[in-house]
Structure formats: C-alpha cells, structure tokens
Write a protein that binds this ligand. Structure first.
Ligand SMILES: [Fe+2]
Ligand SMILES: [Fe+2]
Length: 330
C-alpha cells in the first residue's frame, strides 16, 4: 500500500473560515464540514475572522449576517478586499429572506446565500461548487501566467527586443485609459500587448536573430507569428477576448498588412491600438543597424506619417496628443 506524507493530504484539504457569534451554530457547521473532510477555522466575530484570514489563508468563508460589531455584509466586503485579485468565495448565512437583504449581500460581493434553517446537504453542495470554481480559477491564472512568463523569456534572449512586449502592454493600457476605455478593457489591452508577439516562439532563432536581411520566404515565415500567437492563446478561454488583437496587430489601415489584409474599421480596435504602440516602441528601441529614436523624434515621425496608411489616423492623433501631454508634464 502506498502511504502519502501527511502534508500532501493536508494540502488537498479545503480550509473554510466560518464566522458566527453563536457557539451552537459554529459547532454545527464545524461538524458538517469536518465530516466532509475540510479543515475548519471558526471565528465569533469579524475581528477574529480577519485575523484568521491573515494567519491561515482559508479557501473560502461562510459568514453569519447578524453579528454584534461588524456585520456579515461589511466583513464580506473586507474579506473580498483583502483577498485582492484571488477569487475568494463567500457564502452569507441569513435568517432573513427579504430581497433587500439579498441585494445588500450581492453589493457586499457575496457569491451565494443560505437561509436559516437550512439542510446540511444544501450548504455542502453550495460550498463544493464554489470550491470547484475557485480551483478552476486558480488553474486558469496559472496557465495565463505561464504564457506571460514565456513571452518575457522569449524576448529576454535578445537585447534588442528585451522588455518590448511588456512595454507595449503598459503603454497600450495607458493609451486605452487616455481614450476613455473602461478599466476592464484597459486590462485586456494590457494583456494583448504583453502577448502580441508570443507567436515568435514558433519561429526559429536563426531567422529571428538573423544578422543580414531576410529572404522573402523567411519574411513570410516571420509574419506567421501573428497567427501562431493566436493559436498559442486559443486554448485559454480567459484570453479569447484578446485573440483578434494578437492575430491582427500587423494589419495596416490601408489593407496592405498581414495576415488578412484587413482595412480601416475592419481591423479590430484593440489591434489598431497595438499597432501604434508597437511601432512607437520599435522606434524608440535600439536595433543592431540603428540607434534608438528619442521620444520627441518618434512622435514627430509618426505624426508626419499619420496618413501613410499604416495606422488609424484618428487614433494616431490621440496617441500623439497623449505622448505630447506626457512630455509637457515631464
Ligand atoms: Fe508582431
Ligand atoms: Fe511587437
């Protein structure tokens, strides 16, 4: 028989924080979840719950709404704030079944509710599905961060491209904010920028870092990076919004770009943003055959080429405006 070290088994146990001012409720829920094989942390009030969150980082929480001192709603808000970007599920236990109470709970960020008196199967089913969801979220975050790390590693091999995608991501997000895109979209644009050239992973180093000029066939192969990048990110549902930006970041306003030769408004908006920031970053970066342009020089050149057919002219105008504003501030 194979025996596993104790710590491995412990790691698989879900840890649940339960806050309720009544001992009898705490004991009941502790019994329910211990029977389910969970690790239970109990708190009699919000302060104790917050301390336990810091000390033991539980996987989720079940909170009684009516507690002396800080209510379950406020505690829920606090726990959500403290868990930051991590998905931390919270179930609110209430004896109130009024719609307003549910609304208050949703506003506090609760993921589910249970009304007293409840059947234990009802509660354990809700807990199980939230824990499963949390695990999926974590796996997703992990896969995303693997791809992002690959993107950084890919560029770090070459001093001329080092940090390019990260810079494009950051500046694109700043630009998205400047033109008034909502925060969520700014986040997508940032991710798209960070991953726009990930497809270069599929192009051989001998071509990618070739000293002399590329042959036509080699050039066509390099162009494939946009499509390869899309294929790399495709399996991740969370990246589906940015796939068109990756695929089309080399399209040109006049239709002479690749991979599809899309034109004007036919080019996805996020790709039009990337195309401007990508070109700007290339101009201000050093290349083996030329030094970096200064920011003013790059902006001036881009402005002169506004109608060259490479970029969305209205968007380029906005970019120049943002960069000039930045210069004036500095
Ligand atoms: Fe590219
Ligand atoms: Fe690029």
């Amino acid at each position: 028989m194979v025996t596993y070290p104790e710590c491995l088994i412990e790691e698989e146990k879900a840890s649940i924080l339960i806050a309720d001012d009544l001992d009898v409720h705490l004991e009941l829920m502790e019994a329910i979840f211990e029977k389910e094989g969970c690790h239970v942390l109990t708190a009699h009030n919000a302060d104790e719950a917050l301390q336990l969150l810091e000390k033991s980082s539980p996987d989720m929480a079940i909170l009684d709404v009516m507690m002396p001192g800080m209510s379950g709603y406020d505690l829920c808000k606090k726990l959500k704030e403290k868990s930051g970007a991590r998905f931390f599920p919270v179930i609110l236990v209430t004896s109130l079944a009024e719609l307003e109470d549910k609304i208050a709970g949703i506003e506090a960020g609760a993921d589910d509710f249970i009304t007293k008196p409840f059947k234990s199967i009802e509660l354990t089913t809700k807990v199980r599905s939230l824990l499963k969801f949390r695990k999926l979220q974590e796996e997703l975050d992990h896969s995303e961060s693997v791809i992002l790390t690959l993107a950084v590693a890919l560029e770090s091999k070459d001093p001329y491209t080092k940090g390019h995608s990260e810079r494009v991501g950051k500046l694109s997000a700043e630009f998205a904010a400047f033109i008034g895109l909502p925060e969520k979209e700014q986040g997508f644009v940032k991710k798209a920028g960070a991953l726009h050239d990930i497809g270069k992973i599929g192009i051989g180093d001998s071509i990618l870092y070739k000293k002399g000029s590329l042959t036509r066939t080699e050039l066509r192969l390099v162009e494939q990076h946009a499509v390869i990048g899309e294929n790399i990110c495709k399996p991740l549902y969370s990246l589906s919004v940015i796939l068109p930006a990756i695929r089309h970041h080399h399209e040109r306003w006049d239709g002479s770009g690749f991979p599809e030769g899309l034109k004007k408004d036919g080019i996805p908006f996020m790709a039009r943003i990337l195309s401007i920031v990508d070109a700007f970053d290339a101009m201000v970066s050093e290349r083996p055959y030329r030094g970096p342009a200064s920011i003013e020089e790059a902006i001036r050149r881009m402005e002169e080429e506004k109608d060259s057919g490479q970029w969305d002219p209205a968007l380029l105008e906005k970019f120049v405006e943002m960069m000039r504003g930045r210069e004036n501030k500095e």
